[in-house]
Write a new protein. Structure first.
Ligand code: ZN
Length: 213
């Protein structure tokens, strides 16, 4: 998964410009926190963009000063799987930043031209080379600060063949007792694993939704 950032780096309050009182400063700072993807150049003509509220709109957009194009930026989907073999779950150790060296479920950004299920299967193949049968949707987790929605599907591994891709240092099966909790890369992965083991103990699997603050 390229450049997956559930936790955008906090911007320094010192970098905030403008605002004459604390309330204004706070509002500007908060607004910036919720816009982790700041565009610099127009995708149409390459000129610099300015963030401002266009006419008949109600929030800041990247507006091109040269050609007038308004760039709408919306949350992106991260899709992945919980690959299961017996009582074990497959994790991948990340070979890329952020969280290089930490463990994750196979997941990555959804691509144009595919469904969420197809994206989850593709990422599982790319990152682990695992042969799976995709199961039902399991978690839908909002990561509002990062402008992302993470979706994980249950998946049944068909065999233990693994062929990790370049984004993965190693792929390995873990029982619940072996899960390296302090070395889990992302909170959405941790939350999904917690739901998985809780549901397994309860003997039934549901769909879980939640917000990662
Ligand atoms: Zn332009």
């Amino acid at each position: 998964m390229r450049n997956l950032q559930p936790f955008p780096s906090a911007r320094s309050a010192a970098s905030v410009q403008g605002g004459n009182d604390d309330a204004t400063q706070h509002a500007r700072y908060t607004r910036r926190m919720f816009q982790p993807r700041r565009m610099k150049h127009c995708r149409v003509c390459g000129s610099l963009v300015t963030y401002r509220i266009p006419e008949d709109d109600n929030r800041d957009r990247a507006v091109c000063d040269a050609c007038g194009e308004i760039h709408y930026e919306n949350p992106i989907n991260v899709v992945g799987t919980v690959p299961v073999w017996g009582d074990q779950v497959l994790l991948c150790r990340r070979n890329i930043e952020p969280r290089k060296g930490f463990w994750t479920l196979p997941a990555g950004f959804m691509e144009l031209g595919e469904s969420t299920a197809e994206g989850a299967s593709r990422e599982t193949d790319e990152e682990a080379g695992a042969h799976i049968e995709l199961g039902p949707l399991f978690t839908i987790l909002n990561v509002v600060r990062a402008g992302q929605v993470h979706l994980f599907y249950l998946a049944r591994m068909l065999d233990t063949h693994l062929a990790p891709g370049p984004e993965t240092i190693e792929a390995q099966l873990f029982s619940e007792a072996e899960i390296p909790w302090p070395e889990i890369a992302f909170r959405t992965v941790r939350t999904t694993l917690e739901h998985y083991f809780a549901d397994r103990r309860a003997g039934r699997f549901g769909v879980h939704t939640g917000d990662i603050s």
